[in-house]
Write a protein of this length. Structure first.
Length: 184
C-alpha cells in the first residue's frame, strides 16, 4: 500500500496506523471513524477543546482526565476513548488532528477509495460535498473521500489535491497571478 507506507513515515501516521490496525482486527473501523469524526467536529466547535489539544501547559495526567470526561459526552467508542488516553499518557495530544486525517486516509484506502484534500474559505454544504465527490469520482475513476479543511486566507474558491494532481481555483492564487501579470 503506497499511501499507508507514506502515512506510517510520520509520528501521527504511526499512531493512526496502530489505531487502524486495532480497529480492523476488532472489526470496528466504522465505529472508530465515527468517533474520530466527532472529535474533529469538537475541535472545530469548541475553542476550549482545541486549546486543550494545542496547549503545552496541560500536563499528561490533566489531558488524560479531560479526555476521559469528554469521551462519554461525544459518544466515543471504547477503542477511540482508550486511544485518547494513550495519546495523553505519551504526551502526543497535539497529534490528534493529523492522526484523524491519517486514519481517514487509511480507512478510505481500505474501502478502495481515494482521498481528496479540499480547502475552501468557508465550510462546504452537504450538497456541495456530494457534487464535488461526483466530479472527482469521474476524474479518479473510483470513489473519493473528501478531507475538507477551511482556510479563510484563500479568500474564496477551492483548492483540491487528488493524488498527484492539484487544482487551485482560489481567489488568492488568481489575485497573485494577476499581480504578477501586471508587473510585467
Amino acid at each position: 500500500m503506497e499511501t499507508s507506507g507514506g502515512i506510517r513515515a510520520s509520528l501521527a501516521g504511526r499512531y493512526a496506523s496502530a489505531l487502524f490496525d486495532l480497529a480492523r482486527d476488532q472489526r470496528q473501523i466504522d465505529a472508530v471513524g465515527r468517533s474520530l469524526d466527532a472529535l474533529g467536529q469538537a475541535l472545530l466547535d469548541s475553542r476550549d477543546f482545541a486549546e486543550l489539544i494545542e496547549s503545552p501547559l496541560v500536563s499528561r495526567p490533566e489531558a488524560g482526565k479531560a479526555f476521559a470526561a469528554l469521551a462519554p459526552q461525544l459518544g466515543l467508542d471504547d477503542i477511540t476513548a482508550n486511544f485518547l488516553g494513550v495519546l495523553a499518557r505519551n504526551g502526543r495530544k497535539g497529534q490528534l488532528r493529523p492522526v484523524i486525517r491519517a486514519f481517514k486516509r487509511l480507512a478510505a484506502d481500505h474501502r478502495g477509495e481515494t482521498t481528496a484534500d479540499v480547502i475552501t474559505a468557508r465550510p462546504l454544504k452537504d450538497d456541495q460535498v456530494a457534487a464535488l465527490k461526483q466530479q472527482l469520482r469521474g476524474r479518479a475513476g473510483r470513489d473519493v473521500t473528501i478531507d475538507a479543511q477551511v482556510d479563510p486566507q484563500i479568500l474564496g474558491g477551492i483548492v483540491v489535491k487528488l493524488g498527484s494532481q492539484m487544482i487551485d481555483a482560489s481567489i488568492r492564487t488568481k489575485l497573485n497571478r494577476l499581480a504578477s501579470a501586471m508587473k510585467g
